[in-house]
Ligand binder design. Structure first.
Ligand SMILES: Nc1ncnc2c1ncn2[C@@H]1O[C@H](COP(=O)(O)OP(=O)(O)OP(=O)(O)O)[C@@H](O)[C@H]1O
Length: 605
């Protein structure tokens, strides 16, 4: 495997660019609708409960007016009890209704979140390998965790209160105008500056929110890489460098969060301050008018308590807008992944030919992220592996052997030419079927945190016990019997509890289980000792006898497994033949196998 593919993904810039062009918050949030649809009645119920609760708050001023202008003005304390009881009831109703609002949305919204996360996970499985090459894992992780949480919380709380508080504000304002339109006008004075200010705030805040969410993803990537690569970091004494990188990114995230908090605090100060000033003014004017006998005391009390009841809807505007903005950013980030094009579907137009085995014809390939000024990696591969034949693929390191094998199960799409399996173009075979037909063991054996059995039978869960045992025997994985629970033993994350050779043998067993029709082995024996390698080779030869196989080989011993050998150089197959033939006819092959150049050989002689 090429070295630069091992480059830490956190070294790559986070995706996409941190400051995307301006987008509409509402349009972004509307994309949540297909998921939120299932909870629409509950959300509507939650809005209704919150509206009723807020309605009961707005009734309080009217009851107060009745008390002040009635029992208090007439000194009739006996008449005070019914409205006082009503006030108590209104308070209780408000508390109860807010509680109900919370309960009715909790469960369905957890369902919405889990459906969205499930879709994201399924999408990640369908996306091509080139997508995963480009995207740092932490960016995906943060989308599946913190962004998902932000979206759910938005549906549960800020969405409901954006609707409810706007309605309450409109109703309250109408009530204030009905009580006294002059005082109403005074309290509405700050509205225009506030609208302009919130627009300006939204523009700036959405940029910062996006930056913070991307930085969270970058941080997750650093943490993930530090944990996965802990052995290498310790062994090379690089943990300090990594810790510094973590600190740098954590500091960047912290300053973005502080910047967001600053913006919010400034907005808050104006949102809270301006209406207070207007209210003070209204109070002064109101008192003068009561003194002039122009206004009843009860009306002034009702007016002021309505204005005070509107405090929360107005004050909450700042953080509700901020939260809506963060949810819109989270939604954008979610759909950036969901909108990515998937593996191209099968094209059913190709006509099968009589050709048997695997055939590469004029295959060209370059990595999507390769620099524009570099030549294609594969410039025209022509190679035929006959049915039942085992072909070894040799070539200098970095010549593109792994890449060529990855084209067969369509982990990457070719840029030209065609590949056929028994005469069928691989693009005409549905992907699940293609990946059933072509079994693969990579040079880097990856195991999952599951039992040995599950790891080996991954591609063929329907395989029998007999097939499992045969595969383990072929791969000389007898060590499994000595594990505490045999094939039921859980292997640690990435199989770290096993040795490199043991992991490689399990990966080999996974590839050969069920005797696939086409087998790709990428240097499958590199981690084995000479003795085990010989045993695996002997067993493999039986499997390979009736399988069409392409085996990437670095060592003569692996080459000997093959019927013929193909030499890859400068993007083409430059020679094909048996080991002996090529030793005589191909200087490039001799160099690869003996490690000596022609000049060195002549010097030795
Ligand atoms: N995902 C990728 N994105 C961009 N370039 C890549 C990617 N993977 C590999 N390459 C580049 O493609 C070239 C061929 O890599 P490949 O892994 O196919 O070589 P190889 O012949 O298998 O090497 P080795 O024998 O060392 O395993 C290298 O120059 C490598 O830098």
């Amino acid at each position: 495997m090429a070295e630069n593919t091992q480059l830490s993904k956190s070294d790559k810039p986070s995706l996409p660019a941190p400051e995307p062009p301006r987008r509409s918050t509402v349009r972004s949030l509307l994309r949540l609708w297909p998921y939120a649809r299932v909870a629409r009645w509950r959300i509507a119920g939650s809005v209704t409960a919150a509206l009723l609760a807020s309605g009961s708050v707005l009734l309080v001023p009217l009851v107060l007016r009745a008390i002040v202008d009635g029992p208090i003005a007439h000194h009739d304390l006996g008449a005070l009890w019914p409205p006082a009881g009503l006030l108590l009831l209104l308070g209780l109703a408000e508390a109860g209704l807010f509680g109900i609002r919370r309960v009715i949305v909790a469960r369905p919204l957890a369902k919405v979140e889990s459906a969205m996360r499930g879709d994201l996970y399924a999408k990640l499985q369908r996306l091509p390998v080139s997508f995963h090459d480009r995207w740092p894992s932490g960016q995906l992780l943060s989308r599946a965790t913190s962004d998902m949480f932000t979206m759910r919380l938005f549906l549960a709380f800020p969405l409901v209160f954006l609707i409810v508080n706007s309605l309450v504000f409109l109703t309250g304002t109408a009530m204030m105008f009905a009580l006294d339109w002059r005082l109403g006008l005074i309290t509405l004075l700050p509205a225009l500056p506030l609208v302009l200010l919130t627009r300006h705030f939204e523009d700036r805040y959405s940029g910062a929110a996006r930056r913070a969410q991307d930085q969270t993803g970058d941080l997750a990537t650093v943490i993930e890489e530090s944990v996965l690569g802990i052995r290498i970091l310790k062994a090379f004494g690089r943990h300090r460098t990594m810790a510094e990188r973590f600190k740098r990114q954590a500091t960047e995230l912290r300053s973005t969060e502080l910047h967001k908090a600053d913006m919010l605090a400034n907005l808050w100060a104006v949102i809270v301050g301006l209406p207070e000033i207007a209210l003070g003014l209204a109070l002064a004017v109101g008192v003068v008018r009561v003194a002039d006998g122009d206004l009843s005391t009860g009306t002034l009390v009702a007016f002021l308590s309505t204005a005070l009841a509107l405090r929360w809807p107005v004050e909450s505007l700042g953080w509700l807008l901020a939260y809506a903005n963060e949810a819109a950013t989270a939604t954008d980030r979610y759909f950036e992944v969901m909108d990515e094009p998937e593996d191209a579907p099968a094209e059913s137009t190709t006509v099968p030919t009589e050709d048997q085995g695997i055939r590469f014809t004029g295959v060209r390939f370059r990595y999507p992220d390769a620099p524009a000024d570099t030549p294609d990696l594969l410039t025209g591969i022509d190679l035929h592996i006959r049915r039942g034949e085992t072909m070894a693929l040799v070539g200098a390191t970095g010549s593109g052997k792994t890449t060529l094998t990855a084209l067969l199960p369509r982990l990457y799409e070719t840029n030209g030419g065609s590949i056929t399996l028994d005469g069928r173009d691989i693009r005409s075979i549905p992907l699940p079927r293609l990946r059933e037909l072509v079994s693969i063991a990579f040079e880097e054996p990856t195991l999952f945190s599951a039992s040995v059995r599950e790891n080996v039978l991954m591609g063929r869960p329907e395989a029998t016990e007999q097939e499992l045992a045969t595969a383990l025997r072929t791969a000389q994985a007898g060590f499994v019997e000595k594990l505490p629970e045999g094939t039921a033993t859980q292997v640690g994350e990435q199989g770290l509890s096993l040795s490199g050779g043991q992991r490689q043998r399990l990966a080999l067993a996974r590839a050969v289980v069920g005797r696939p029709e086409f087998l790709v082995l990428d240097d499958p024996l590199s981690a084995l000792d000479v003795h085990t390698e010989a045993l695996v080779e002997r067993a493999l030869r039986q499997v390979l006898a009736d399988t069409t196989a392409l085996v990437v080989a670095h060592r003569p011993s692996t080459v000997l497994l093959a019927d013929r050998v193909a030499v890859l150089a400068e993007g083409r197959i430059v020679a094909v033949g048996t080991h002996q033939e090529l030793l005589h006819s191909s200087a490039a092959y001799r160099e690869l196998m003996t490690g000596q150049t022609a000049t060195e050989r002549s010097l030795v002689r």
